[in-house]
Design a protein around this ligand. Structure first.
Ligand SMILES: Nc1ncnc2c1ncn2[C@@H]1O[C@H](COP(=O)(O)OP(=O)(O)OP(=O)(O)O)[C@@H](O)[C@H]1O
Length: 266
């Protein structure tokens, strides 16, 4: 695929539920290699945007039939094809997996088929198994391979789901609050892994409300508020006192050290 093909183009996306716009006329373009943080307060529409990109929900169509969403230049993808290019770790995934009682290894392997469980029609070969084990290794979870996913702690389960997204070596990773529930050491190791992946060429799309998770490799920030695009631009302009205070509706002071940010409420 041409590296100039944008990773994501969203054109005036609106998602409505119960007469309310969860996303309201959002337009965005993110290039391959443009590591991006998607930031916003609770309820601002971040997870809805993730679901839209994953095609779990659909936007209102345009009258002229023009596409609302293109991922890697295409409007239509089979879910399995898309997953090989774009690994997704969403917030709902853990809950869905717990019900399956699959082993952690099978949970990772199911990602190849964009399924929750491994079925008889899913032909797992030795190469897939090897990639799945390597992915578990990358998140320090090899020892969990045979465990029932329903018995894993929050942090363990999250690492397994991240391994599931990594197993295909996707070109881009879309991560919805990936550090939620991780202890400080695990979080730091995970952020280091994200940095390494970014340096190896995986584009990061990181959804968060914590500026501490915006690793130095991420240079672009998209801000959502009340389902609308609040602001978008370079990190240096957006991760600053005035913009963050306005976004979260609370006076906030930002500091930066070694490329990492911190935010203190005033
Ligand atoms: N299926 C639905 N039906 C009605 N309202 C919904 C539905 N899904 C989400 N919402 C509402 O849409 C708004 C945006 O939700 P969303 O989960 O996208 O926010 P978020 O930015 O991810 O928030 P958080 O940081 O709390 O996870 C919220 O007010 C939520 O209550």
């Amino acid at each position: 695929m041409d590296i100039r093909t944008p990773l994501l183009v969203v054109d005036r996306a609106t998602v409505r539920r119960d007469d309310r716009a969860l996303l309201d006329d959002i337009s965005l373009a993110i290039a391959q290699g443009q590591h991006t943080a998607i930031l916003g307060p609770n309820g601002s529409g971040k997870s809805t945007l993730v679901k839209l990109i994953e095609r779990r929900i659909y936007p209102l169509v345009h009258d002229d039939g023009s596409p609302v969403l293109r991922v890697f230049g295409r409007e239509r993808w089979s879910v399995a094809e898309l997953r090989a290019l774009l690994g997704v770790v969403s917030s709902d995934l853990r809950r869905e997996f717990e019900a399956t009682h699959e082993t952690a290894l099978n949970a990772v392997l199911s990602g190849y088929f964009a399924a929750l469980t491994l079925g008889l029609d899913h032909a797992v070969d030795a190469a897939m198994r090897e990639c799945a084990m390597q992915a578990l290794d990358r998140v320090q979870a090899r020892h969990l391979a045979d465990r029932d996913v329903a018995t894993l702690s929050t942090g363990e389960a999250r690492r397994v789901l991240i391994a599931r997204a990594l197993a295909h070596s996707p070109r881009a990773l879309l991560l919805d609050e990936p550090c939620a529930g991780l202890d400080p050491g695990t979080r730091r190791r995970f952020l280091d892994l994200l940095r390494q992946l970014a340096r190896e060429g995986t584009t990061l799309l990181l959804v968060t409300h914590h500026v501490e998770e915006i690793v130095p490799e991420i240079g672009h920030v998209v801000m959502l508020r009340d389902g609308r695009l609040f602001d978008e631009g370079p990190k240096a302009r957006l991760i600053a006192d005035e913009r963050l205070s306005a976004l979260f509706g609370w006076p906030t002071r930002v500091d930066e050290a070694d490329g990492f940010y911190g935010a203190r409420l005033r």
